[in-house]
Design a protein around this ligand. Structure first.
Ligand SMILES: CC(C)(COP(=O)(O)OP(=O)(O)OC[C@H]1O[C@@H](n2cnc3c(N)ncnc32)[C@H](O)[C@@H]1OP(=O)(O)O)[C@@H](O)C(=O)NCCC(=O)NCCS
Length: 433
């Protein structure tokens, strides 16, 4: 898949004009300039309520952000080292969809200074990103969110739910098989490299995944400048199959329970290319001596852990929204994925921004391939772009959205479309971005 370099796309002219009228300078920020990179990083840390960044942290972060299109909003006429009052960055990532991949405009580090909130700056930033993606021909946008109420207004839908899982190990027992491969401890650079390798090899297995990046894995392995203290206790274990091939890896830490000689095992990331590796890594965590509880987030909602323990009630599983998607080009998005069954419908999509608005004849064959053409016919199904986007990755049933009154039309057609859109395995986005 050829992916456009988002850095080559200039700042959106309409947002630039609107922000200029409000007294702001909206522009791309180069991370090669240490002063600009420093100010940008400090603004992001401040926006997410973190401490001021050290020089090492700035260098570390800038390495990752050099590959992204960084956008800053400054007071007009601000000094060269002034902090931007708003930040955001984006890049084009290949996102896994059922049966394939699609270029996705990924958006990150959206912050507006607390001194400048509720003046329309975030709106201009987000709308500018959507226009930039459309101008570039990227069919969907995606992000992960700090609050679930911010992005629906721009047409994003919560598409990739995640499970937060906690296991009472004293009660759980182990009912899983014993695997033929072997577990071994791994640390530091090797752990970071294994996390990246297994994630990359496994990300095609689940709709919703995108590639990670080096500093993300190093942070999980306890090597990050900015989070050195937080992840200083990072440990790792990997699983090699019977042929000695790396198939899974887990980064975790232990949180001491004072006065008990017991700990909580907190999994930072569990990546597995095979179910066998996933079972082996779960077994390592759940059967660990001196551990009373295992905690992890960002697992798929169909994680088989409930069937790996003897007592299902030892497992608390909380589902929450995680990956948000926004369809920008309906035919390109719908034709990029495969479907679980045939369906035929005239679908009307409402989009106040117009990008995805229209009526489409959607034909899905028995082979799971869709063709999507503009149509003048009366719609069988009508829905907003946020709801189509929510159902797109295969994790949110269209029928569930219809039951909530968000999708209207012929119940039989909605049922068939709903079944076609579901993915065989629940989608997963194993990282924040
Ligand atoms: C969230 C944030 C980016 C909003 O910036 P902002 O410039 O104040 O937002 P705007 O003035 O452009 O508001 C746009 C819309 O979003 C709404 N909105 C703003 N902040 C919101 C929040 N925290 N929750 C829900 N809605 C919010 C506004 O009410 C407005 O709605 P409307 O235009 O439909 O009436 C900013 O508050 C922030 O930086 N927060 C801390 C960092 C963060 O959470 N970033 C998001 C990362 S995913």
């Amino acid at each position: 898949m050829t992916l456009i370099d988002a850095r080559s796309i200039p700042a959106d002219p309409l947002s630039a004009t609107r922000l200029e009228e409000a007294g702001f300078d909206y522009r791309l920020v180069g991370m090669d300039d240490p002063v600009a990179a420093g100010a940008f990083t400090q603004a992001v840390n401040r926006g997410f309520l973190g401490p001021a960044a050290t020089d090492d942290e700035i260098t570390w972060t800038a390495e990752t952000w050099k590959a992204r299109r960084n956008v800053g909003v400054y007071e007009t006429g601000a000094a060269a080292d002034a902090l931007p009052v708003a930040t955001l960055n984006s890049w084009v990532a290949p996102a896994t969809v059922p049966g394939g991949q699609i270029p996705m405009w990924a958006i990150s580090v959206v912050t507006v200074a607390a001194t400048h909130r509720r003046r329309g700056i975030a709106r201009n930033l987000l709308e500018g990103e959507l226009r930039a993606a459309v101008a570039t021909g990227v069919p969907i946008a995606g992000l992960t969110v700090s609050e679930a109420t911010i992005y629906g207004r721009y047409g994003f839908g919560a598409a990739i739910p995640a499970a937060r899982i906690a296991i009472d190990t004293g009660r759980a027992g182990w009912a899983g098989p014993r695997e033929e491969g072997r577990l071994e401890y791994v640390a530091g650079e090797q752990l970071a490299s294994d996390l990246g390798e297994v994630h990359e090899r496994s990300r095609a297995n689940r709709s919703g995944q995108i590639p990670g990046w080096e500093t993300r894995w190093k942070t999980m392995a306890g090597l990050a400048a900015e989070e050195g203290k937080k992840n200083a206790g990072a440990r790792g274990v990997r699983y090699l199959d019977a042929d000695g091939e790396l198939r899974g890896v887990m980064a975790y830490s232990m949180a001491d329970q004072p006065g008990t000689f017991r700990s909580v095992l907190k999994i930072a990331h569990l990546a597995a290319q095979t179910d066998e590796a996933m079972r082996a890594l779960w077994g390592f965590a759940v059967n660990h001596d001196l551990v009373t509880r295992v905690e992890v987030d960002l697992r798929p909602i169909d994680d088989p852990i409930v069937h790996l323990v003897a007592d299902q009630r030892a497992v608390e599983l909380t589902v929450h929204d995680h990956g948000w998607l926004r369809i920008l080009d309906v035919p390109a998005a719908l034709e990029a994925r495969r479907y679980e069954g045939p369906a035929e419908a005239v679908v009307q999509v409402e989009d106040q921004y117009g990008f995805a608005a229209g009526t489409w004849q959607v034909r899905i064959g028995a082979d799971g391939v869709a063709s999507v053409l503009p149509s003048d016919a009366d719609p069988d199904v009508t829905l907003g772009v946020a709801d189509l986007s929510a159902a797109y990755a295969g994790g949110v049933p269209l029928a569930q959205l219809a039951a909530a009154g968000r999708v209207r039309g012929d119940a039989r057609v909605i049922g068939a479309l709903s079944r076609a859109l579901r993915s065989g395995r629940a989608p997963l986005l194993g990282i924040w971005y």
